[in-house]
Ligand binder design. Structure first.
Ligand code: PLP
Length: 344
């Protein structure tokens, strides 16, 4: 009798364990998104996707570096299904750390020809939702008051008359900040890039948390900001006296990553979302209707008249392999912290 009870108890335990460890067999109706776009763009995307597919999509917005930090901290208990947006390199670092789920979207077939090789290389884990071009934003009223011409090249930022006038996103929290350092290393090598960053430190007004903090510049608290060009165009369209400037050293760029998080509880919905975000419709909804001017990566999607057209760009060679390595990122960020930020 006792033996029988024991065996049925063990059987129940096994079944219960199996139930909790297996992925759900039923279709879920939820999707949790970590979103690294403009807040209103995240809102629009979640709403439209929810309506179209009868899925309850929720989002939490944070900068690229902050989101990567969340993925690391939640490795054993993921709190979101998909990471939408943010610069590509930290997505690649997440892959490197085993934090992503493998999924190659069929919609990758519609990517612009310039990015086909990158999609081939990284597309098992990360797809590209949009393109971002790095450069400068200036407040023209503020520069006029200072009697200065707008900077055109990275080295113009070292002008001592710009002391306390330049805003840079902090590379620890911001993908924009990391892309900026990576760009300088790519152009000049690491030691020269750090030499420049140390000198630039004298002219810094703020290290801001995100590349999307453009209100300081719009208000004139800083005269110059480093960031992705479209962010300055958005402020300009709202009436701020801003100008976006592609730098003379060549156009550096990155891509907006989309990756499914390892252990996603709503895996099928995450795949559906990725396919949708890569489609002409998904990209036009966001980049055209909301007009944040990101450059679409789907070859059939229309480019907003306010956005830079990819054909006009003089792109520098960018080593995504190197800057997408988590070991490299750790070295670069700790060097920056020690030699640049903490030396201020
Ligand atoms: N995605 C978009 C569309 C952006 O405009 C930006 C920054 O401007 C980023 C991602 C990167 O944001 P962050 O610097 O906060 O990581």
């Amino acid at each position: 009798m006792m033996q029988k009870m024991k065996s049925s108890f063990l059987k129940n335990c096994r079944l219960t364990t199996l139930f909790f460890l297996s992925p759900p067999l039923y279709a879920t109706t939820e999707l949790n998104i970590y979103c690294t776009l403009q807040n209103d763009a995240c809102e629009e995307v979640a709403q439209r996707f929810s309506q179209q597919y009868s899925i309850d999509a929720k989002f939490v917005r944070a900068s690229t570096g902050v989101t990567l930090g969340k993925l690391k901290a939640e490795k054993n208990n993921p709190q979101a299904d998909i990471w939408y947006g943010g610069t590509l390199e930290p997505h690649l670092q997440a892959r490197d750390l085993g934090l992503l789920e493998k999924y190659r979207s069929p919609k990758q077939a519609e990517v612009l020809v310039q990015f086909k090789d990158l999609v081939h290389k990284y597309g098992d884990y990360t797809s590209f939702g949009y393109m971002l071009v790095l450069g400068l934003g200036v407040n023209t009223t503020k520069l006029k008051e200072l009697g200065l011409e707008a900077p055109k090249c990275w080295h113009d930022l070292l002008d001592p008359r710009l002391k306390g006038e330049i805003q840079v996103p902090d590379p620890q929290s911001s993908g924009t900040g990391y892309a900026f350092i990576a760009t300088l290393i790519q152009l000049w090598g690491e030691d020269k890039a750090f030499d420049f960053l140390k000198k630039l430190n004298n002219n810094i007004s703020h290290y801001v948390k995100s590349g999307l903090v453009t209100s300081n510049l719009a208000r004139g608290d800083s005269s110059v900001s480093i960031g992705f060009l479209h962010t300055f165009e958005v402020e300009k369209a709202k009436g701020a006296p801003l100008q976006s400037i592609p730098v003379c050293d060549g156009d550096s760029y990155t891509l907006g990553g989309i990756s499914i998080i390892k252990g996603a509880r709503n895996l099928d919905n995450a795949k559906l979302f990725m396919d949708w975000a890569l489609s002409k419709e998904g990209q036009e909804l966001n980049w055209i209707r909301r007009a944040p001017y990101q450059i679409p990566t789907n070859k059939y999607a229309t480019v907003h008249h306010g956005a830079v057209s990819p054909e006009q760009l003089n792109l520098i060679k960018f080593d995504f392999e190197k800057f997408g390595s988590s070991k490299q990122a750790k070295l670069i960020l700790s060097r920056w912290l020690e030699e640049v930020k903490l030396s201020k």
